[in-house]
Every structure is written in structure tokens, then in C-alpha cells.
Design a protein around this ligand. Structure first.
Ligand code: AR6
Length: 172
């Protein structure tokens, strides 16, 4: 698997699947979630409402992932995952790692071989970027997956720099 870092907006990535840092409601929000729904259009929200009306009546649990159509995005699918809110008193790293692993598992089920991830939990959910980078890169490198082109899309230059340093340290 090739891991590429990209600085910019995940909604313009031409990939099979774009991962969304959603919340349990699956009904939209701010940050990358807001950007994906805005650019992808209402069919994504309609698909999310269907999921809420069927398999996910209680919402999508933290650490899990589920796919919908991608609407107007230059991708075939959106894989929605729910990152953990950062806690200074409780170690929730396994849940953040699970987001990456489960998203890749869903990508494999779909037959998606190119996947773009945002830095899950590092915005509204306040996860420190250096720790999030370590978990993201460590997890995707260890994951058993048929994805061959994995992009980590960082919105800011600062986040990009942190991920770049982590990727070098981890010897990718
Ligand atoms: N492309 C790539 N990355 C982005 C984009 C974009 N267009 N926009 C923001 N980011 P966040 P979270 C970065 O807050 O922390 C939502 O309201 C951003 O700079 O989107 O997992 C959901 O509905 C940050 O580094 O997600 C949930 O309620 C990263 O994406 C909650 O926020 C993640 O920031 C989820 O919080």
C-alpha cells in the first residue's frame, strides 16, 4: 500500500472512497462532515437517513464505519466513521485506531482500492495532531487491506508537517 500525504480539501480528491469524520447521528455537522455534505449534495444525507431508519436506529457507534453513495463528489462512496472525542483522563486510542481499521474493512467490502482519509478527531473532537498522526499511520500500515492508494488529506500546513514527520519517523 502506498501512503500519500496531501494538503488540502478532501472533497476534491478523485478516489474510490472518501472517509468522513462524522458523528453518531450520521445527519451532518461542521468541519469535514459539513464540507462533504455540502459538496456531495443531498443524496448523501438521504442515504444517511435511510441508515438511521434501518440498521443504525441508535446511530453509528464510535469507532465503527458505514458506506453511502458520494453524490456529486469525485468519488464513488463516502465511508462515514465516528471518531472519539479526546479525553485527557481516559485513553480512547483504540477507538481512533478502530476508525481507520473499520473504514479500510468497509473499503475492502466495497472493492475500493483508493481511499482518502481526513485526520479523524483532530478538529471539533480536539485530539492532539501528533498523537492522532501516530495512531493513524501506525494503524493503516498494520491493517490487512486490499487498498493500494491511501491518502491522508490534511487541511492545514501545520497538520501536514506533523503527519510528514510522523511518516518519516515510522519509516514508511
Ligand atoms: N478536508 C480535509 N480536512 C478537513 C476539511 C476538509 N474539507 N475540513 C476540516 N478538515 P473535524 P472531528 C480537518 O472537526 O474532530 C463534525 O461536526 C480539520 O482541520 O471535521 O472528528 C462532525 O459532525 C481537522 O484536522 O472532525 C462531528 O460532530 C479534521 O478535518 C465532529 O465534527 C477533523 O476535524 C467530528 O469531529
Amino acid at each position: 500500500m502506498r501512503i500519500t500525504l496531501v494538503q488540502g480539501d478532501i472533497t476534491v480528491q478523485h478516489v474510490d472512497a472518501v472517509v468522513n469524520a462524522a458523528n453518531s447521528s450520521l445527519l451532518g455537522g461542521g468541519g469535514v462532515d459539513g464540507a462533504i455534505h455540502r459538496r456531495g449534495g443531498p443524496v448523501i444525507l438521504a442515504a444517511c437517513r435511510e441508515l438511521r431508519a434501518s440498521h443504525y436506529g441508535e446511530g453509528l457507534p464510535t469507532g465503527q464505519a458505514v458506506a453511502t453513495v458520494a453524490g456529486e463528489l469525485p468519488a464513488r462512496w463516502v465511508i462515514h466513521t465516528v471518531g472519539p472525542v479526546f479525553s485527557a483522563t481516559e485513553n480512547r486510542s483504540h477507538l481512533l485506531a478502530s476508525c481507520y481499521r473499520e473504514s479500510l474493512r468497509v473499503a475492502d467490502e466495497l472493492g475500493a482500492t483508493s481511499v482518502a482519509f481526513p485526520a479523524i478527531s483532530t478538529g471539533v473532537y480536539r485530539w492532539p495532531v501528533d498523537d492522532a498522526a501516530r495512531i493513524a499511520i501506525g494503524t493503516v500500515r498494520a491493517a490487512p487491506t486490499r487498498v493500494t492508494d491511501l491518502r491522508l488529506v490534511l487541511f492545514t500546513a501545520d497538520a501536514y508537517d506533523v503527519f510528514e514527520r510522523t511518516l518519516e519517523t515510522e519509516g514508511a
